[in-house]
Design a protein around this ligand. Structure first.
Ligand SMILES: NC(=O)c1ccc[n+]([C@@H]2O[C@H](COP(=O)([O-])OP(=O)(O)OC[C@H]3O[C@@H](n4cnc5c(N)ncnc54)[C@H](OP(=O)(O)O)[C@@H]3O)[C@@H](O)[C@H]2O)c1
Ligand SMILES: [Zn+2]
Ligand SMILES: [Zn+2]
Length: 347
């Protein structure tokens, strides 16, 4: 085994502590990556909270990171030592099912191996995430980081970015499409940047009126205040696509009412059971959809697009030792718009 160090929660605590970690020895098609920057996704916060509730085994979060290849297995051909790479929230899949063959490894019928708290397909071990100084990943699930993108600000593209990219593309967003992004956080602000770069006429729906200036700076035409019934009524049926990135369980009704006839609400945020009043779908023949993460081809396409358009996240970079502060502030919605941890303090 290889020794590294990272940030872990254990038992009933929600406080991450610095801990020695083990990584597997390289398999023929593995890369060792020095993790330089890891984004703090709201899913990490959900995972830490859920694990503390169970009082269970250790958890190392982190599933959007960039770094540099430090070693390659003998069968690796796509990367060499020193290459800048990016890794997202999937690190393996069966490679054989219809979804994998279609390049949608995120929907693998045998379930993709998640970057943390997943089960390794070969040795059955639990995967430990990117809040650590080294990660060992199968080469197929590492992506070359496009030149010109700041590696710290690019890290969030690997979860937040790809999660909004796939539905925006799948729903055919193009110049003139009317897009609303609900919840201006990590996913939301990247959804705005990408939708704007795709040429969409983009708006934000937020319960935070003080984000209006940011929404415009990001390229949105305006911000609808979700807590203002008049503004929500004015926005009725106005959007072909509504991308819902809200991190708490919520009533979908008000957001479905913003969707235009034959349009789609893509529910990406808080995953779990939802209640839908079917007349909110019936009136206007509206569609309810969801998505998550992305396949390898879509991830490569998203990185190319962001490289071409100079799209990265708006980040607050913190030394990794301040990870608990980052999670606390994320819990309080005090982030504009993604925390990224600088892992160099783990050396
Ligand atoms: N589908 C997937 O594969 C996938 C991937 C990554 C993340 N996620 C999930 O997506 C959600 C967003 O993640 P994130 O990292 O973007 O989180 P985030 O940065 O915390 O952003 C979430 C935003 O939702 C809005 N919000 C939060 N609580 C709300 C409430 N009670 N009512 C209304 N709006 C609320 C806030 O925006 P305003 O201040 O503008 O209202 C907040 O900025 C999380 O639940 C995460 O687990 C899903
Ligand atoms: Zn994530
Ligand atoms: Zn598969």
């Amino acid at each position: 085994m290889r020794n590294t160090v990272g940030w872990q929660v254990e038992g009933a605590s929600t406080t991450l502590r610095r801990a020695p970690l083990e990584r597997r020895d390289l398999r023929p098609d593995d890369l060792a990556v020095r993790v330089d920057y890891c984004g703090v996704c709201h899913t990490d916060l959900h995972a830490v909270g859920a694990r503390a509730g169970e009082g269970g085994r250790p958890l190392v979060p982190g599933h959007e990171f960039t770094g540099v290849v430090t070693e390659t297995g003998p069968a690796v051909t796509r990367f060499t030592v020193g290459d800048p790479v990016a890794v997202g929230n999937i690190v393996d899949s069966c490679g054989e099912c219809a979804m994998c063959r279609a390049g949608q490894e995120n929907f693998c019928h045998a379930f993709p191996t998640l970057t943390y708290d997943g089960t390794d397909r070969h040795d059955g071990s639990t995967t430990l995430g990117g809040y650590s100084r080294e990660y060992v990943v199968r080469d197929r699930f590492a992506h070359p980081l496009p030149a010109g993108l700041d590696p710290a600000a690019a890290a969030p593209l690997l979860c937040a970015g790809i999660t909004v990219w796939e539905p925006l593309r799948a729903l055919g967003v193009r110049p003139g499409t009317r897009v609303a992004v609900a919840g201006l956080g990590g996913l939301g602000h990247l959804a705005v940047k990408i939708a704007v770069a795709l040429g969409a006429d983009t708006s934000v729906v937020s319960r935070s009126p003080d984000k209006a200036d940011d929404a415009r700076r990001l390229g949105a035409g305006g911000l609808v205040v979700s807590t203002d019934p008049e503004q929500m009524a004015d926005a009725r049926d106005r959007f072909d696509v509504v991308i819902d990135t809200i991190s708490s369980p919520h009533d979908l009704g008000p957001y479905l009412r913003l969707v235009a006839m034959d349009g789609t609400l893509s529910h990406l945020g808080h995953l779990g059971p939802v209640t839908v009043e079917t007349t909110d779908l019936l009136v206007g023949r509206k569609k309810l959809s969801s998505a998550g993460s992305g396949g390898r081809p879509a991830t490569a396409a998203m990185l190319d697009f962001c490289g071409e358009h100079g799209i990265t996240a708006d980040i607050e970079l913190l030394p990794s030792a301040r990870v608990n502060e980052a999670l606390d502030r994320l819990r309080r919605n005090d982030v504009r718009y993604r925390f990224v941890l600088d892992m160099s303090d783990l050396d």
